[in-house]
Structures are given as C-alpha cells and as structure tokens.
Design a protein around this ligand. Structure first.
Ligand code: ASP
Length: 438
C-alpha cells in the first residue's frame, strides 16, 4: 500500500506543526510520499511565506529594497530549523538567494523557494529523501504536465528510498526553468504524484476536518461530509465551495484513486473521502443532500420574441455572449421567450452593449434584466431518480417566504439550483440546510 500525503501551508507553519506532520507520517509506514506547501500562516494576523516572496518580487520590480521582508522570511525558516534541532545549513541557501534577488530573477523561481526550503527542512526532519520538483514535476511551456515523465522520475526515486519529500506548487519546463502553478497548486503536485505512483490513496492534509455541508460563516457548525463523489464535489466547487485546487482532481479521478481530506490538527478524524462512486447500498432514509453552496450576483436576461420553433435567436444571443466572453450559466426556454442566467462579474460593464447588439441582431419584442440574483445549489447523488425532491425543496423555501426567481436542474439530476434575490442568499442556504441536511 502506498499513500501520498500532501500538507498545506498551515500544516507546516512552524515547528509545532512540523511535529504533528511527523507523527502522522510515522504512524503509517505506507505514507511514503510527502508533498509540502510553503510555510503558511501561524495565526490570522500572520503572513504566508509565498505572499512574502511575491511581495519581495514586487518591491524589486519597483526598485524598492525588500531586505526587511526577506529578513522576516529568513527568520521564519531559521526558527523552524532551530526549534526542530535540524542540521540543514539553511542560512547558506538564504544568503545565496538573497544575493540573487534582483529584477532579473524570475518571479516563479523566487516564489518557488517557499516550497523548496520548507521541503528541505521536512525531508531532514522525517529522515526521507528530498526530491526537487524540478527533477520530477515536468511541465510543458503551456503549463500542461507530462504524466509519463513524472511517473518515471517519481517511481525511480521511490525504488531506492523509504520515503520522499517533494515540494509542491512548481515544476520544470522543458528548458529546465522553474514554473509555478496557480495559487494553491501544491494540491495539484500531490495529485500528480499520487497518479504517478498509482497510490492507494491521496491524502490532502489541511486545517479542517474535511468538507463541510455548508459554509460555516452562514450555517452554524455545519456537519462534515464523510463521503462525496468527484462529480458532486465539482458541482459544489463550481457553485463556490472552496475546498481543493480545481485542477487537482483530474489526475487522481482518472486513475480511480480516492482523495481523503484530513485535518493535521485532528488526525484521528476520518475527514472527507472523495471517491468516483459510492459502492455500498445507500439507505433511502439517508439525507439526500450531500452539500449546499451558492454564489451571489447573477442577472437573468430575458429575451422575448416569436421564436417560430427555431433556435436561431438563441444561437444569435449565445454568439453575442461568446464574443463578450460571457458564459451562460443556465438557460430556460419558453414558447416565445428564453431566459439566460449570467454572472455579473463576467459581464462587467458590457451589459448595455450586449443588449444593444441583441436588439440590432435579433429584433426582439423585448429584452428585460433582473439583477442581484443569487444561485444556490443543493447537491446530492441521492436525488437521482427519486421523485418529489424538488417539490420538497420548493415547499421548504416557500414556507419561509423565499421567492424562487429561477430554477435549474442538471440533466444528471445531481443538483437542484434555485435563483433567489441576493438579499435571500444566506437565508436560503440556512433553510435548505436545516430542512434537509442538518
Ligand atoms: N504556497 C502556494 C500558495 O500559497 C501554493 C500552495 O500552498 O499550494 O498558493
């Protein structure tokens, strides 16, 4: 059995957290591959090393000294090294790095040093081999990955070592130059490494005990989700639940490797298991909603016109939206009108221009706009083929006087999405949670 364990920034923020990581690794010898983020915040007022490194780069770009910030970074690493009694001469690395920071040092190389140095310390602390991401996470110039090359490098390294520590968040391009991923990218490194060694499980260790059924800022103490499918997770993530880096799911999903979100500060908690499908028989009395998520600030754009049983007007409107890079979130069709749900952020200032183009091209009878709409999704695999669920959802919302402005259900019946006034956003989430999930 092989497990890949990825630890996020808060799990490696200081020596206390390093000790917890070591306990977790030592408690299970199959945790042979460890992927590490850069040291993160120790408390809410603290700064992530990655943010400080970006700040250093911004300073030098504008010709301002970053000495003080770099000193703060160095002090953090030296403190961790000293607290753990390690021998790694991190001062030498930091000194060399400090001397090289100038306008010509690439921002990618500079910020990647957060993960690099944190991993060097972790490797010594665990007694595992350090494998630089430059030597195993191979990327193309377009940012895509080279899974076969990655698999060879990871498996070769694994052959002659008991365990390996790999820095997350960066890799090497064909030229050998360092390239970082988007923020939170260590999740992707973990997934790539898990896929490379065909791990039995990819553990993603963070500071929460798994994914919660709803946003804890809205619902008081929501229950954690013990098991969720990749498809459900995608729906929740799309609707605003921030859990994992979006691109970290594909590599493990493709290989059928389950992903387990765990809490470094509460390692006995089983966390959330993300799987391709749930095999066991699910009880009819089980809650049918797995999770609830939502986003504010959409508009509903309604175009009225005799459509003459043709898609032409809809196609023209979609083409106009495409040109403006606005994606339709949902479409509902009527006999002589259709309504599109669009995100206000993607429209920006372009709404009047878009309406103008629709009027010119499609000659509609009317175009109307309802704004300040929030979309809330109730997501659950158990809704499929179960009659009466939408009715229950609408009844619960109606009872609380919440007016539904639009409704959508994916063809896979994995989510029921309701549009309500922005002002009813939180209330809707709470009503759904307490009616069906809590
Ligand atoms: N350290 C990087 C960040 O803060 C990457 C990561 O933590 O995954 O985004």
């Amino acid at each position: 059995m092989i497990k890949v364990a990825k630890f996020g920034g808060s799990s490696v923020a200081d020596a206390v957290q390093f000790r917890k990581v070591r306990d977790i690794i030592k408690s299970d010898p199959s945790r042979r591959l460890v992927v590490v983020s850069a040291a993160g915040k120790r408390d809410s007022k603290d700064h992530k090393i990655t943010d400080l490194l970006y700040l250093c780069h911004a300073h030098v770009t504008y010709g301002v000294s970053c000495k003080e910030i770099f000193q703060t970074i160095s002090d953090r690493f030296i403190e961790i090294r000293n607290d753990l009694g390690l021998s790694y001469r991190i001062e030498d690395e930091l000194e060399k790095l400090g001397a090289r920071i100038n306008k010509d040092m690439s921002v990618d190389e500079l910020v990647s040093r957060g993960e690099y140095l944190t991993s060097r310390l972790m490797a010594e602390y665990l007694g595992y081999r350090f494998l630089d991401a430059c030597d195993c996470i191979f990327m193309d110039y377009d940012g895509s990955f080279q899974p076969e090359k990655i698999a060879k490098a990871v498996n070769d390294a694994l052959k002659d070592s008991q365990g390996i520590v790999i820095p997350g968040f960066y890799g090497a391009m064909p030229s050998g130059k360092i390239r970082v991923m988007s923020r939170g990218g260590s999740d992707i490194t973990g997934a790539l490494v898990a896929a490379a060694c065909m791990a039995d499980i990819y553990e993603n260790w963070t500071d929460v005990s798994g994914i919660l059924m709803a946003d804890p800022r809205i619902v008081d103490k929501p229950s954690p989700i013990s098991e969720i499918t990749f498809a459900e997770l995608r729906e929740l993530a799309y609707m605003g639940a921030s859990v994992l880096h979006e691109d970290s799911v594909a590599p493990v999903k493709e290989k059928g490797i389950p992903l387990n979100i765990r809490n470094t500060n509460d390692p006995s908690h089983p966390g959330t298991m993300i799987v391709d499908k749930v095999d066991r028989q699910e009880n009819d009395h089980d809650k049918f909603i797995t999770g609830i998520a939502g986003k504010r600030n959409f508009i509903i754009l309604t175009v009225s016109k005799h459509l003459n049983n043709s898609n032409e007007t809809l196609r023209d409107v979609l083409e106009i939206l495409d040109r403006h890079k606005v994606q339709a979130e949902h479409i509902s069709m009527g006999i002589d009108q259709f309504a599109l749900v669009l995100s206000q952020a993607s429209i920006g200032d372009g709404l009047y221009e878009i309406i103008g183009e629709i009027k010119t091209k499609c000659k509609p009878d009317d175009v109307s706009v309802q704004d300040d709409i929030a979309l809330i999704a109730a997501v659950g695999r158990k809704m499929i083929f179960r009659p009466g669920i939408s009715g229950k959802v609408f009844h619960a919302l109606g009872k609380e006087g919440i007016n539904i402005r639009t409704i959508a259900q994916g063809s896979d019946e994995l989510a029921i999405i309701v549009g309500v006034d922005n002002s009813q956003f939180e209330n809707t989430i709470r009503v759904l949670y307490h009616s069906f999930a809590g």
